[in-house]
Design a protein around this ligand. Structure first.
Ligand code: TXA
Ligand code: MG
Length: 316
C-alpha cells in the first residue's frame, strides 16, 4: 500500500474524511501525539488499526470526538465528567466512562469492556478532520506496537509507511506526550499520567485522585485472565464439533458461525466479539473454536480466546 501525504487544508481534510468513510486508516496530529485514526463504528477499520500496529493484544482504544455534546452520545455522563470536560476539553485529557448501550461503536474499540475512553482533541487539524468526517474516530498513538509515540508526520511515515492509507501532515505536536487518562466509572482514578498535570485535575475536582498503583499491582485494562468470559465454556483448536457444542469456525469448515470462511484474519478480528456474543445468545453451553493461525492479527485473536477459555473465578 502506498501511504499518501495529505496537507492540512480543506482538500486534505475532505480526502482524509473520505478515506475514513471507506474504512481506511489515516494518521493525524493531535496536540499530544499523532493518532492512527479509523471509523470507530466500522469493525474492519478498527481491526485494521490493530493489524497496522502489530499489536499482539486487543488493548482498548481512545475514541476522539469533536465536542462534549457528541461525547455524551457514547458514554454515561456523571457530574464529575461535566466539570472536567468543561475545564479541560478540548485538550490532553481522556475520560474513561461507562459505555452507553447501543452507542453503535465496534466492540473491538473497547476490547469488549463496558467502559469507553473518550476525548476531544484540541489540535486544529484534528478538529477539522473530525468536523469533515462527522463521526467518532478511534485512534491509538500512530506507532508500531512497542515503539515510542510519534510527534511528527515523518515519525509516522518511518513506523507505519506502507501500512496505512494516509498521513495528514500537521507539523509537530505541541504537548509531545500522550493524554492523561482518568477513570471515572468509579472513584476518580489516574490510569495514565500524561499531558494534563494531575494537580490541575485534583484542583478542578477539589479532591485527590486514586492511583491504581497505590495499593494494588497495576493491571493493564482488559488484561485479566478471564476478562472476557462468555456464558459458555470455550474449547480451542477444535477440529471437530462434539455433541452439545456450537462451532465458531475459521476457514472453509461447516460451522454455526464463521469468523472468516475465506481465512482472512482481519475479517476474523472484526467478527470476533460479535460472534462470541451471538453464540452466547443462542444458548451455547460450549463454544468450540477452529484453530486460528498464530501470526499477525491471529496472535491478538488467540490471546483473547485463551482468556475466554481460562478457568473462571467461580471454578467453572
Ligand atoms: O494522547 C493520546 O491519548 C493519544 C492520542 C492519539 O489521542 N492516544 C493514545 O492512545 O495514547 P493509546 O492507544 O496509545 O493509549 C490508550 C490507552 C491504552 O493504554 C489503553 O489501555 C487505555 O488507553 N484505555 C483505552 N480504553 C480504556 C478503558 N476502557 N479503560 C481503561 N483504559 C483504557
Ligand atoms: Mg500508545
Amino acid at each position: 500500500m502506498q501511504t499518501k501525504f495529505l496537507s492540512a487544508d480543506p482538500s486534505g481534510f475532505t480526502a482524509a474524511a473520505g478515506l475514513l468513510h471507506d474504512g481506511a486508516l489515516v494518521a493525524f496530529p493531535t496536540e499530544t501525539v499523532y493518532g492512527l485514526g479509523g471509523d470507530a463504528r466500522h469493525d474492519m477499520a478498527v481491526a485494521r488499526i490493530f493489524e497496522a500496529k502489530g499489536r499482539p493484544q486487543f488493548n482498548p482504544l481512545i475514541v476522539h470526538v469533536n465536542s462534549i455534546e457528541t461525547a455524551r452520545n457514547y458514554v454515561e455522563w456523571p457530574d464529575m465528567a461535566d466539570i472536567l470536560a468543561r475545564a479541560f476539553w478540548p485538550g490532553p485529557l481522556t475520560l474513561v466512562l461507562p459505555l452507553r448501550p447501543g452507542a453503535g461503536l465496534s466492540p473491538l474499540v473497547t476490547a469488549d469492556l463496558p467502559t469507553l475512553a473518550i476525548r476531544v482533541p484540541a489540535h486544529p487539524v484534528a478538529q477539522s478532520l473530525l468536523a469533515a468526517f462527522g463521526g467518532p474516530v478511534a485512534a491509538p498513538s500512530a506507532n508500531p506496537s512497542g515503539r515510542i509515540s510519534p510527534t511528527m508526520a515523518a515519525h509516522v511515515e518511518a513506523g507505519l509507511g506502507g501500512r496505512i492509507a494516509a498521513i495528514l501532515d500537521g507539523g509537530a505536536c505541541g504537548v509531545g506526550i500522550e493524554s492523561t487518562i482518568l477513570g471515572l466509572s468509579d472513584a476518580p482514578t489516574l490510569l495514565r499520567p500524561g499531558g494534563l498535570p494531575v494537580e490541575a485535575i485534583e484542583a478542578a475536582l477539589n479532591m485527590p485522585l486514586s492511583r491504581p498503583g497505590d495499593d494494588a499491582p497495576l493491571t493493564a485494562p482488559g488484561q485479566m485472565a478471564s476478562h472476557y468470559a462468555p456464558g459458555a465454556r470455550v474449547r480451542l483448536k477444535a477440529r471437530d464439533k462434539r455433541p452439545g457444542e456450537m462451532l465458531l469456525g475459521f476457514g472453509p469448515v461447516e460451522a454455526d458461525l464463521n469468523l472468516s470462511p475465506g481465512g482472512d484474519l482481519t475479517e476474523a478480528a472484526a467478527n470476533l466479539f460479535h460472534h462470541l456474543h451471538a453464540l452466547d445468545a443462542k444458548g451455547a453451553k460450549t463454544i468450540a473454536v477452529s484453530p486460528i493461525p498464530d501470526h499477525g492479527l491471529g496472535r491478538a485473536i488467540n490471546d483473547r480466546l485463551r482468556r475466554a477459555a481460562a478457568p473462571r473465578a467461580d471454578g467453572s
